[in-house]
Ligand binder design. Structure first.
Ligand code: 7TS
Length: 415
């Protein structure tokens, strides 16, 4: 028997009403069931409304004109930064750098900190479960300056091998860069422990929190993370804006990433003086309306409460894993519900994941199929692709039941 939805402290029915996109048929008679929030989340009217309101009431370029509208726009842009800082408990809003997305946040660290601080032969430790966005920037540094990369192995049940990690730490790493939660396995990695061990070995840490900040409470000071990256679009906010958190003394010592307007204090024909944090890393006109939308998304999540978000998603995930286990031929990757967030990636014996997704799509159910930008992880498990259902606060156990019905249709079609 499913646990009643109201056993958890969130009002799902009310939440669903905030997401107009969910109220549609994607095929005749087939209501949308959106199970692809790990790719991007849907946006509530509070977020789209805040962005529209910004354009209707306050649109101006920030930090420039001394006129009323420019000041309103600047206050809204900077106000959102304060909200983000509060959400992840940064010590000061100046530790919050706006980027385009998680990918750009990681590239910023690799390009700025990496190029300035790493020498040929220096070791960066990654993991076998990383998204391409936390692999390729470091591979590019390996190609250009000859850094060395090593990888914490992933076990068959989708967990990091921490004993192998301890051995790697004996090789004097300069950085340990790892994902907080896997977008494929759902594994929630023991970030605090990984960071503590890295620090003991004298290495800095970068956490890819793209799948973490949207789904459970994250406290960067408690974690003691040196850098922490995430995207607005996976946490109910708009596309086009992401965050890099960095400890102030580290960001202050780093050279700028891109040059141009706003990131300078003074410019001469042959030289410039960089601006203070956080503006040093925000060259050019930024995504202002998107920052406002992100601020509204943070307000929305805070009103629900991140502990409630996590508890509700845990309830959905546990239900989904139990029900998926009933379907013959379905194999779910990753650890058990207690060690994972709201992601279920699976294969279906004898059926290609793209066919699974297509049949589910015909039923109105949106799941993703492919390598989910984690090709090395799929290679490790000796598969090309998986189907992935991922959950957020607007999903219900009734929708998971529809997913399971859809999988029985797949079974019928493919015998
Ligand atoms: N890191 C993780 C763990 C991710 O899941 C993603 C996106 C990224 C980084 C990159 O984020 P971006 O905002 O810079 O693109 N993951 C997915 C996914 O699983 N399906 O589509 C995008």
């Amino acid at each position: 028997m499913p646990e009643p939805e109201n056993a958890v402290q969130i009002d799902v029915k009310k939440i669903i009403q905030d997401f107009p996109v969910l109220d549609q048929e994607v095929h005749p008679g087939k209501k949308l069931i959106y199970l692809d929030s790990a790719a991007t989340s849907q946006k509530p009217v509070q977020v789209t409304g805040a962005m529209t309101d910004y354009y209707h009431r306050a649109n101006a370029n920030i930090h420039r004109g001394i006129h009323a509208l420019a000041e309103t726009a600047t206050d809204m842009y900077e106000g959102a930064r304060e909200k983000v800082a509060f959400l992840i408990n940064a010590a000061t809003p100046s530790e919050i750098i706006y980027t385009r997305n998680t990918t750009e946040s990681i590239n910023l660290v690799a390009s700025s900190w990496g190029r300035a601080g790493l020498k040929p032969g220096d070791l960066v430790i990654l993991t076998e479960m990383e998204h391409h966005s936390n692999l390729v920037p470091w591979q590019m540094l390996a190609e250009t300056i000859g850094i060395r990369l090593e990888f914490i192995p992933v076990s068959q049940d989708g967990l990091l091998d921490l004993q192998a990690y301890q051995l790697l730490l004996e090789e004097d790493p300069k950085l340990v860069a790892f994902m907080h939660m896997s977008n494929v396995l759902g594994t929630i990695n023991p970030a605090q422990k990984i960071i503590q061990l890295a620090h003991q070995a004298g290495a800095l840490t970068l956490v890819d929190g793209a799948q973490a900040v949207p789904h459970f409470p994250v406290d960067v000071q408690d974690l003691d993370a040196d850098f922490y990256a995430f995207s607005s679009h996976k946490m109910l906010g708009p596309t086009g804006i992401g965050i890099l958190y960095g400890k102030k003394h580290l960001l202050e010592a780093m050279p700028p990433y891109m040059g141009g307007g706003d990131m300078i204090k003074r410019v001469k024909l042959r030289s410039f003086a960089p601006n203070d944090l956080p503006h040093k890393f925000e060259a050019g006109t930024p995504a202002i309306a998107e920052a406002v939308g992100l601020g509204a998304a943070v307000d929305y999540l805070s009103a629900v409460g991140m502990h409630n978000v996590a508890a509700y998603e845990h309830h959905l995930t546990k239900y989904a894993l139990d029900r998926l286990a009933e379907v013959p031929g379905v194999w779910v990757f990753g650890p058990e519900a207690n060690q994972k967030g709201g992601v279920a990636s699976f294969t279906f014996e004898g059926v290609h994941p793209h066919d699974v997704s297509q049949i589910l799509d015909a039923e109105g159910i949106a799941v993703r199929a492919g390598h989910h930008c984690a090709m090395p992880l799929h290679e490790k498990f000796k598969i090309n692709a998986t189907s992935r259902a991922s959950f957020y606060i607007y999903n219900t156990t009734a929708e998971i039941d529809r997913l399971i019905d859809g999988l029985y249709s797949v079974k019928k079609i493919f015998g």
